[in-house]
Write a protein that binds this ligand. Structure first.
Ligand code: GTR
Length: 326
């Protein structure tokens, strides 16, 4: 029923898209949970502008930002069904569906954002993009999601012990539930759009995210303690519905793949600037930020998570390859 409802909502917005981009022969609808102006939204708009120009108005993209088409988990299903043509999401909500996406979502798998870039721009990244094709999707590009850290409404967290018994929202991924449990806290998976009110009403004590999301979601208003433990550097991904992709000519398929790749450095530049802006805005608002946290116990606590999720030879080889990447 929920799917039917959201599908109906998506179809309603379709007619709006057709009107908005009336000049185009084909308009692809793309979903994003973030507000207009957010780096991911702007990166997909960039792809749309390039496509429109390079196809002489044959092919356009309309980005439905601010979760207009629904929350990530639902929009992923709709993209698999071809109701939504394109979708920019975190890899987190793919973890339960596509096992390869768990690897770059593992806590502390990347030593730095640069390490993540090298891995995702290389063979491992391609292997993960290819894995989407068994799930009615085409993986187009990876985007940045910075590093994610815990924030809460109760107290400054200065060590792992301070997390004991606290309740945090995580993305809808079993692995993230286990990650939080391994740190001694409790996790509640829930859609992004429900986090603000859940913190406000005390259903949860906090959540975890990067600077731009902490800022644009307004979560900093209700969860004023942010501890930079940086447990995740989970990339984001732009996917396309396989059915929509297959409707395109071979040339257009190549073009969209190429422009999506070209959008990566554009996004990274926007991201870097946005991270600084968001950090400044949040600091200005008086948030208490803990920066000098010893990450060693956090990293050590993740052993059972790796044990539970890195099971097959294929996944083990991916982890080893990432660890061996300079
Ligand atoms: C953001 C990410 C979104 C979404 C959100 C969340 O950092 O860009 O795609 O996954 O986090 O926590 O749900």
């Amino acid at each position: 029923m929920k799917l039917l409802k959201t599908t109906f909502a998506a179809l309603m917005v379709t007619s709006a898209a057709v009107t908005a981009a009336a000049a185009c022969e084909t308009t692809l609808r793309s979903s994003d949970t973030h507000p207009d102006g957010y780096p991911t939204v702007e990166a997909v708009k960039y792809i749309g502008e390039q496509l429109k120009e390079q196809t002489g108005d044959r092919l356009c993209i309309e980005v439905f930002h601010s979760a207009q088409l629904g929350e990530e988990k639902d929009t992923i299903e709709q993209t698999q069904f071809g109701v939504i043509d394109m979708n920019r999401v975190s890899l987190g909500p793919f973890n339960n569906i596509i096992e390869e996406t768990q690897i770059p979502s593992l806590p502390y798998i990347f030593r730095s954002v640069e390490h993540m870039h090298t891995v995702m721009d290389g063979e491992i990244g391609q292997q993960i993009l290819d894995a989407f094709s068994d799930h009615d999707l085409v993986g187009l590009a990876f985007y940045d999601g910075g590093s994610r850290s815990f924030y809460n409404s109760e107290k400054p967290i200065k060590s792992m012990d301070d997390l004991a018994g606290m309740k945090f929202r995580v993305m809808q991924s079993d692995m993230f539930v286990d990650m939080v449990s391994a740190l001694g806290a409790n996790a509640t998976p829930m859609p992004y759009g429900e986090v603000y009110s859940s913190i406000q009403t005390g259903v949860i004590d906090g959540a975890e995210n990067n600077w731009p999301s902490y800022d644009s979601s307004g979560h900093f208003e209700v969860a004023k303690y942010y501890t930079l433990d940086q447990h995740l550097i989970v990339p984001e991904v732009l996917v396309m519905a396989k059915s929509s992709f297959e409707k395109l000519s071979a040339e257009d398929q190549e073009l969209i793949k190429q422009i999506a790749k070209d959008s990566v450095p554009v996004m990274r530049e926007l991201w870097e600037a946005r991270e600084k802006e968001s950090e400044a805005r949040v600091r200005e608002a008086g948030v208490e930020i803990v920066t000098d946290i010893d990450k060693t116990p956090f990293i050590e606590a993740m052993a059972p998570v790796y044990e539970k999720y890195v099971t097959s030879d294929k996944l083990k080889a991916m982890v080893e390859a990432i660890q061996a990447t300079e």
